[in-house]
Design a protein around this ligand. Structure first.
Ligand code: RUB
Length: 321
C-alpha cells in the first residue's frame, strides 16, 4: 500500500535491528535521515504525491517502522518526535520541505551537541590521564578526542565489551586519534582501575531520577570505580534524556538473542540450560559522578530539571496511527 514505508526506511530499520547501525546517537541520526528519505519518496510517487493526508499517514507509518527496531535508546523516539512534530503545511510539497528541513536541523544539532559536550568532558580530564571506556560511545569518544585536541596526553584502557565487542571499535578510533590503547577483557576491569584516572561511558537513555541506562556492565563498572575511588562520567547529549520517565514510566531493557552469548554448537553440548542476554543495565545515580551534556555537566540527581525544561511533562507519539 501507499502508506508502507519506502525502501530506504525499511533498509535503515533493518540495519538498526541487526546493529549494523548502532549506538544511540548514530541510531538517532539514521532515523532522522530515513524520515527525510521517506518524505522524498512519498512526494515523488503514488497517492502520497498528491494527497497530503496520505503523505502524513505514510510519514507516521515510517516512524512506527523505525520505532519498532530497538527499545532502549530514547534518542530514537526523540529523533522521530523532533522531525514529525515539525511536519507542517497544506500541500505535499510544503510537508516534504518541512520534514527535510527538520531532519537536517536535527542532524546538525546532534553534531554540534556532541562537539559542545566533548569540550565539557575534556575539561574533566587532565594531561597525563588514563581513561577507561566501556562499549563504543561517540559522545564518550568526543570527550577524549577533545582532551587530545586541547593538547593533553591521554591513554586508554578499553574494555572489550562482551558479547558484541564494541570495544574493538573504540580501540580503533582511539588509536586513530593518537591515544595509546590497552584492550582488556571485561572481567579485568577492576584490576586495571588502579591504573585509571577517569572512567568515561556513554548512555542510551537517562531516567528522571538520574539513572543511566547504558551497555550491560556499566553499572558493575561504576560500582567498582566508586570502590577504587576513580571518578566516572557519562557523556550524553540531551536527546538521551527519557521524557516518559517524568511521568513514572520505566525504560525497557532490550533482551537480545542467546546466540550472541554462546554459539549453537557449544549450546548443544552444554545441554538444557537457560541463556539470557540483556543488552543494557541501569547505573543508579549515586554511583555516577557527573552527566556531561552540551549544556554543561550535571550531578545525576539534578538532571530532572534539565529534562523538564527541554521535554516538558509529556512525551507525545506523533507516529501513532
Ligand atoms: C551502545 C551503547 C553506547 C550508547 C552511547 O550499545 O551502549 O554506549 O549507545 O553511544 P549498542 P553514543 O552497541 O547495543 O547500540 O554516545 O554513540 O550515542
Amino acid at each position: 500500500t501507499d502508506t508502507e514505508p519506502a525502501a530506504p526506511v525499511r533498509e535503515t530499520a533493518e540495519s538498526i535491528a541487526t546493529m549494523e547501525i548502532r549506538g544511540a546517537a548514530t541510531i538517532a541520526a539514521a532515523a532522522a535521515e530515513a524520515l527525510a528519505e521517506q518524505a522524498e519518496a512519498a512526494a515523488a510517487s503514488g497517492e502520497t504525491a498528491s494527497d497530503p493526508t496520505a503523505f502524513r499517514a505514510s510519514m507516521r507509518a515510517a516512524g512506527r517502522t523505525l520505532r519498532e527496531t530497538r527499545p532502549t535508546a530514547v534518542s530514537l523516539p526523540n529523533a522521530l518526535r523532533y522531525v514529525l512534530q515539525r511536519m507542517e503545511g497544506e500541500t505535499v510539497d510544503e510537508l516534504r520541505r518541512s520534514v527535510i528541513g527538520a531532519s537536517d536541523a536535527f542532524v546538525r544539532q546532534l553534531d554540534r551537541a556532541q562537539e559542545d559536550l566533548g569540550q565539557v568532558g575534556a575539561n574533566r580530564l587532565a594531561d597525563g590521564d588514563t581513561v577507561m571506556t566501556h562499549c563504543h560511545s561517540t559522545d564518550a569518544l568526543a570527550c577524549i578526542e577533545a582532551a587530545v585536541d586541547q593538547g593533553k596526553s591521554i591513554s586508554a584502557v578499553v574494555k572489550e565489551t562482551r558479547p558484541r565487542q564494541q570495544g574493538h571499535i573504540t580501540a580503533e578510533q582511539l588509536r586513530d586519534a593518537g591515544v595509546p590503547v590497552t584492550l582488556i577483557v571485561d572481567s579485568a576491569a577492576r584490576r586495571y582501575l588502579d591504573e585509571v584516572d577517569h572512567v568515561v561511558v556513554g548512555a542510551d537513555s537517562i531516567a528522571a531520577d538520574g539513572g543511566v541506562i547504558n551497555k550491560i556492565g556499566t553499572s558493575g563498572l561504576a560500582v567498582n570505580a566508586r570502590e577504587r575511588g576513580v571518578p566516572i562520567m557519562t557523556a550524553a547529549q540531551t536527546i538521551k534524556l527519557h521524557p516518559e520517565t517524568l511521568t513514572g514510566h520505566t525504560i525497557e531493557i532490550e533482551m537480545r538473542d542467546e546466540s550472541e552469548v554462546v554459539d549453537p554448537e557449544a549450546r548443544e553440548e552444554i545441554g538444557e540450560i537457560d541463556v539470557e542476554n540483556p543488552a543494557f543495565d541501569v547505573t543508579p545515580p549515586r554511583y555516577m559522578d557527573a552527566i556531561v551534556t552540551e549544556h554543561g555537566q550535571f550531578p545525576p540527581e539534578s538532571i530532572v530539571t534539565l529534562m523538564r525544561e527541554l521535554f516538558g511533562e509529556g512525551a507525545e507519539e506523533p507516529w501513532a496511527e
